[in-house]
Design a protein around this ligand. Structure first.
Ligand code: FNR
Ligand code: LAC
Length: 368
């Protein structure tokens, strides 16, 4: 039998890893939309460091302890998931693909993980809920008018969302110079689907129309009283997203938050903010196992997920890679991305000598 020619890997071959989705998406997206997704604030130091932080750890793997089929099952906020990876909230996903958030949610639902819908989504709360049946969380940006936020919360409850993630690291949009250079604004035909039309087109002038538009829909004076207001308003678990300090973590939990997301918004807000992975141990220690702590920012590999879990995270959120996968292949693209990550996690757990997530501990890591 003649041997078949070896498979050649080229830039256009099927993605082998999450980072392969980025160049593929760049090839199909308009430059300004690609830049909006890919970019960070100012020098993009935090954007870079979110990745670099994972490379500062190495595994001290166990031998003669391998599980053939490691159990990736995880539980968070009272819900069971097939792996500890969920889709982070990200604005206006119809910029990436015509089906936008609905396609990404279908993929998450099929994969058995949660999808978090942004307040600034391009598919409405109700339409999203109609797209699939898996766990759906609602990300809240507090609107300058509380009545608008109160209506969002009510709609999310009515539509069967099971948690509210309050994002606290965006009192104002960070300075994203790629967007300024591109004079980035909402693409034609894409709008904030949750807002009534008369509010959709608030201030959109100046060098960075998109950022000014976001600012018009988010509260610049966000404070602890707002968290208390939200907690009093809903019986859904409230998760605070965008915490990096131990004191803030403790205060949020004391106020009644049922979970935290250690995050710097993917390096899109305060530049030179501490990398998410570097902030994680302090936050985990501060809350002492009382509530789940999730992490996002720079998670691109199965080993990244395991590192975060070894340092005490209960799970991670993925941002940009699924937006790129959505741009390239809609729901199928996102499904493919999630399955790649699942395979990487499972293989790395076998090689690490961990049969289930509860076996992941700091003892398996060393910082270089
Ligand atoms: C975001 N992020 C975000 N977060 C949030 O709470 N509400 C939002 O509407 C958005 N919008 C948004 C748009 C885009 C294009 C990106 C890339 C990110 C932040 C997001 O939830 C998450 O914190 C980061 O994306 C995680 O970092 P990685 O995985 O992208 O490195
Ligand atoms: C962003 C906002 C909208 O990061 O969260 O672009």
């Amino acid at each position: 039998m003649p041997k078949t020619a070896p498979h050649r890997t080229t830039g256009t071959a099927a993605p082998l890893k999450l980072e392969d989705f980025e160049p593929a998406a760049r090839a199909v997206l308009p430059q300004d939309i690609y830049d909006y997704i890919a970019g960070g604030a100012e020098d993009e130091a935090t954007l870079w460091d979110n990745r670099a932080a994972f490379a500062r750890y190495r595994f001290r793997f166990k031998v003669l302890a391998s599980a053939d089929r490691p159990d990736l099952g995880s539980e968070v906020f009272g819900q069971r998931f097939t792996m500890p990876v969920h889709l982070a909230p990200a604005a206006i996903q119809r910029m990436a693909h015509q089906d936008g958030e609905a396609a990404a949610y279908r993929a998450a639902s099929d994969a058995g993980v949660a999808y978090c819908l942004s307040t600034l989504s391009s598919v409405s709360i109700e339409d999203l809920a109609a797209a699939a049946t898996g766990a759906r969380w609602f990300q809240l940006y507090l609107h300058p008018e509380r009545a608008v936020s109160a209506a969002y919360i009510e709609r999310a409850v009515d539509a069967g969302f099971s948690a509210i993630l309050l994002t606290v690291d965006l009192p104002k949009t960070g300075r994203r110079e790629r967007d300024i250079r591109n004079a980035f604004s909402l693409p034609d035909g894409v709008a904030y689907a949750n807002l009534e039309s008369r509010r959709r087109t608030a201030t959109a002038e100046g060098p960075d129309p998109f950022a000014q538009n976001v600012n018009a829909h988010t509260s610049a004076a966000l404070g602890w009283a707002d968290l208390e207001w939200l907690l009093a308003r809903t019986s859904l678990p409230v998760i605070v997203k965008g915490v990096v300090r131990a004191d803030d973590a403790r205060r949020a939990v004391e106020a009644g938050a049922r979970g935290l997301v250690v995050s710097n918004h993917g390096g899109r807000q305060l530049d030179y903010a501490i990398a998410s992975l570097d902030a994680l141990p302090g936050v985990v220690e501060a809350v002492g196992g009382t509530v789940p702590v999730l992490l996002d920012g720079g998670v691109r590999r199965g080993t990244d997920v395991l590192k975060a879990l070894c340092l005490g995270a209960s799970g991670v959120l993925i941002g940009r890679p699924y937006l790129y996968a959505l741009a390239v292949g809609g729901a199928d693209g996102v499904r493919g991305m999630l399955e790649l990550l699942r395979e990487e996690i499972a293989l790395s757990m076998s090689l690490l000598g961990a049969g289930r997530l509860s076996e992941l501990s700091q003892d398996l890591l060393t910082r270089i």
